[in-house]
Design a protein around this ligand. Structure first.
Ligand code: NAP
Length: 279
């Protein structure tokens, strides 16, 4: 049976260490989260972020705008937060309503307060092999989890399924930095199973139950990023746990794997930006 990559346990460890660090700060970091509209999932996410920040002693504020706020108003608010010296980290919760350009909004965040690492400056740094101010939260959490279990990435074939800007694309660069050989698959990939069978490390970020044990090489490491509700309302990942856990050497569960690591990375990034801005 595969060893479980326990994101909850690692979250406890890393956040305990982080709290000790934050306790020593005389001025605390301040994370501002902008939420537009009433998307129930987004509300849960931003409230969890605020609660976790507060437990660590990080100041946190949620600014909730109605769904019909104009792009101009939102841009003005981001401009104001960029100038506000007491605000050290800014996060705009996605998705945004259709009338607002996600690109324009992300581009407006100061790279030194861009806690998600999504601005063109930070993304560009990552893709040119330099250090961004911070690394995007979900890929960062995945690497922290793999490192905690001493999983060697050097020279390994890492197969990522999904090429979004929040997971697959930045993760591909971060795995290249670790000297893995990286293949990125997506909805147009042909013969997916032939590729997954060659993976030493398989990371799936799709949002559909697409990975079964027979698609894997014996002993591979499986990281399940997907989260969705099935027809019975149960939380599921991309990976069929039962068949996969018999083939894999390590597997991250859903829930309790990558999810807790994403919020942990957000807190780590908030403190990293705060420390960098003090320099
Ligand atoms: P996304 O933007 O919808 O991207 C999904 C990716 O999957 C796309 O690249 C898509 O290909 C690819 N895809 C779709 N069907 C496929 C198929 N049959 N075979 C191969 N590839 C396929 O989603 P996302 O934002 O990256 O999120 C992905 C999943 O991860 C979701 O379930 C999300 O909830 C979860 N997630 C979890 C965390 C966490 O903290 N645990 C964080 C972020 C996301 P195309 O590009 O060709 O469309």
């Amino acid at each position: 049976m595969a060893v479980i990559l326990d994101g909850k346990k690692l979250r406890e460890k890393l956040l305990t260490e982080l709290k000790t660090k934050v306790d020593k700060f005389t001025i605390k970091p301040t994370l501002v989260v902008i939420l537009v509209g009433e998307n129930p999932a987004s509300k849960i996410y931003v409230n969890n972020k605020k609660k976790t920040a507060e437990k660590l002693g990080i100041n946190s504020e949620i600014i909730n705008y109605p769904a019909d706020i104009s792009e101009k108003e939102l841009l003005e608010k981001i401009g104001e937060l960029n100038q506000d010296k007491t605000v050290t980290a800014i996060l705009v919760q996605l998705p945004l309503p259709k009338h607002i350009s996600k690109e324009n909004i992300i581009n407006a965040i100061s790279p030194s307060k861009d806690v998600d690492g999504f601005t063109p400056y930070n993304f560009g740094k990552l893709f040119s092999g330099e250090h961004p101010n911070v690394y995007p939260c979900t890929p960062k959490g995945i690497l922290l989890l793999l490192k905690e279990y001493n999983i060697d990435l050097e020279g390994k074939h890492a197969v990522i399924i999904g090429r979004s800007n929040i997971v697959g694309r930045p993760l591909s660069q971060m795995l290249l930095n670790e000297n893995a050989t990286v293949t990125v698959c997506h909805s147009h990939t042909k013969n997916l199973e032939q590729i997954t069978k060659t993976a030493d490390i398989l990371i799936s970020a799709v949002g559909k139950n697409i990975i079964k044990g027979e698609m894997l090489k014996s002993g591979c490491v499986v990281v399940d990023v997907g989260i969705f509700k099935d027809a019975d309302g149960k939380t599921r990942g991309d990976v069929d746990f039962e068949s996969t856990s018999k083939i894999a050497s390590y597997i991250s569960p859903v829930p309790g794997g990558v999810g807790p690591m994403t919020i942990t990375s957000l807190m780590l990034n908030t403190v990293e930006l705060f420390e960098k801005n003090l320099l």
